[in-house]
Design a protein around this ligand. Structure first.
Ligand SMILES: Cc1cc2nc3c(=O)[nH]c(=O)nc-3n(C[C@H](O)[C@H](O)[C@H](O)COP(=O)(O)OP(=O)(O)OC[C@H]3O[C@@H](n4cnc5c(N)ncnc54)[C@H](O)[C@@H]3O)c2cc1C
Length: 285
């Protein structure tokens, strides 16, 4: 049983783990997928680097720093979080962890693919959460858009509910062999009237569908949050001044919690989330 499990190894997640660990908690960090920092060619505005620093280097340094402080930092993609009887269960590609508290520091992910029609049909046949909305598609034909493990996981959650599940990679290559029908063609548009009724590919062919589930890249903070009933504002997790979400023991920080999308804010909020999670664990012993 872990005291504080942090999802994400960017400046928010690493700071959270460092502060939680130094306060006295046992903390682990799970990460997989891209950090925003890796895309930042040069960070010039963060304190203490006289000539700026390459974002990728800063990211790698943070992970090394946490490891040097004897924090277990593991490269494992998280698919899902559940809370039962005051314990969090964190499902990853290989394991299930149990934790007393969880900090979501997964950064901000662009959830929406650039496909015509997506915006028009959100909530009208387009969903971002198989566990939440799968039931509405009982015995219907659905597609999952995505090519990573997260897309396969979403398909797994739909296969016993829907009549058929097809994975549309939209030009990508599916990470794993799977039992699903896979279509790799590039998607041109999602059509419908009051709700989705077909997907058109760039070659002009159209397939009839009742529902479209979007699962691009890895599951992001808002994907976990939605499944757990965490309150969101747009694509950001709502937190209070202690970085707590509306679920006891669950915290968020950095880009996942919205606001100023900068390293300084991510480290500050990470520190706060780490200390808050530690206090929660201590108070609930
Ligand atoms: C091009 C560019 C330039 C930028 N320039 C600057 C700048 O000059 N100055 C500045 O202050 N900021 C800059 N930023 C912003 C800065 O990079 C972010 O604000 C910062 O990285 C946010 O930190 P974070 O820890 O919240 O998220 P991130 O750094 O994005 O880290 C997210 C972490 O979550 C992990 N993760 C996500 N999903 C999962 C999952 N399902 N399972 C396990 N792990 C997961 C990822 O692997 C990663 O470790 C820039 C961003 C970009 C894109």
């Amino acid at each position: 049983m872990v005291d504080v499990l942090v999802i994400g190894a960017g400046p928010a997640g690493i700071s959270a783990a460092i502060y939680a660990k130094r306060a006295g908690a046992n903390a682990i960090v799970l990460y997989n997928g891209e950090s925003n920092l890796e895309k930042a060619h040069k960070i010039d505005n963060y304190y203490g680097f006289e000539n700026g620093i390459d974002g990728k280097k800063l990211y790698e340094n943070g992970i090394k720093q946490a490891k040097n402080l004897e924090i277990d930092v593991k490269e494992e993609e998280v698919f899902n979080i559940k809370k039962e009887n005051e314990i969090f269960f964190i499902e990853t590609e290989n394991n299930e962890y149990e934790a007393k508290s969880v900090i979501i520091a997964t950064g901000n992910k662009k959830l929406r693919p650039n496909i015509k029609g997506v915006l028009d049909f959100e909530g009208k046949g387009i969903s971002y959460c198989a566990i939440c909305d799968g039931f509405f598609y009982r015995k219907k034909d659905v597609v999952v858009i995505g090519s990573g493990k997260f897309a396969i996981k979403e398909a797994d959650d739909l296969k016993n509910i829907a009549n058929s599940v097809t994975i549309l990679t939209n030009g990508g290559e599916l990470v794993d062999n799977s039992d699903y029908k896979v279509d790799t063609r590039i998607i041109k548009e999602i059509h419908g009237e009051n709700k989705v009724n077909s997907v058109e590919f760039e070659d002009g062919e159209e397939i009839k569908v009742d529902g479209v589930f979007i699962a691009i890249g890895e599951a992001g903070g808002t994907d976990f949050a939605k499944k757990m009933g965490v309150m969101l504002k747009g694509d950001s997790i709502i937190v209070d001044e202690n970085m707590k979400t509306n679920i006891d023991g669950l915290y968020s920080c950095g880009n996942a919690a919205g606001g100023l999308l900068q390293v300084c804010k991510a480290t500050y909020e990470g520190a706060k989330a780490g200390l808050s999670a530690f206090k929660y664990v201590k108070d609930n012993k």
